[in-house]
Write a protein that binds this ligand. Structure first.
Ligand code: HEC
Length: 111
């Protein structure tokens, strides 16, 4: 009984540590420069819905799901077709090294 309590509080402490660690390690400037270099902001605003959903809205829909970060990384690195208004378009991919793409995914999810 006592062991069980100890284990669950240890698990809680570890996940709390990683959750704050992930937040703190997001490089804001690097994420923003990728968004600018890749023209992402032509379609996505951070908080307002433009032609495409805002990053805030995307984050809200993905938040709390175990695969959120992986799904965003996949979306940013592999070809996909998305619906923009009445049209289907090829979604642009991010030209950057994997660590930068991961950082951008974390950045989007923390809006
Ligand atoms: C030509 C317009 C356009 C550009 C440029 C664009 N996107 Fe998108 N993006 C869309 C559309 C349309 C969708 C899907 C529908 C929506 O989110 O409104 C989408 C979806 C997304 C999603 C949600 C994926 C998901 O599965 O939840 C992310 C994240 C994203 N874009 C990031 C980016 C990033 C980062 C860039 C820059 C490399 C970018 N987009 C450039 C139009 C665009």
């Amino acid at each position: 009984m006592k062991t069980k309590v100890l284990i669950s509080s240890a698990v809680f402490m570890i996940s709390a540590f990683f959750a704050t660690g992930a937040q703190a390690s997001v490089d804001d400037a690097d994420a923003k420069s990728l968004l600018n270099e890749n023209g992402c902001l032509n379609c996505h605003d951070v908080t307002k819905t433009k032609t495409a959903r805002s990053y805030k809205k995307i984050a809200a829909e993905r938040k709390g799901k175990a695969d959120a970060e992986a799904a965003i990384i996949k979306h940013l690195t592999q070809p996909s077709t998305v619906k923009l208004g009445e049209d289907m378009i090829d979604h642009p991919q991010v030209e950057a090294d994997p660590a930068q793409v991961k950082n951008l995914a974390k950045w989007i999810l923390s809006r």
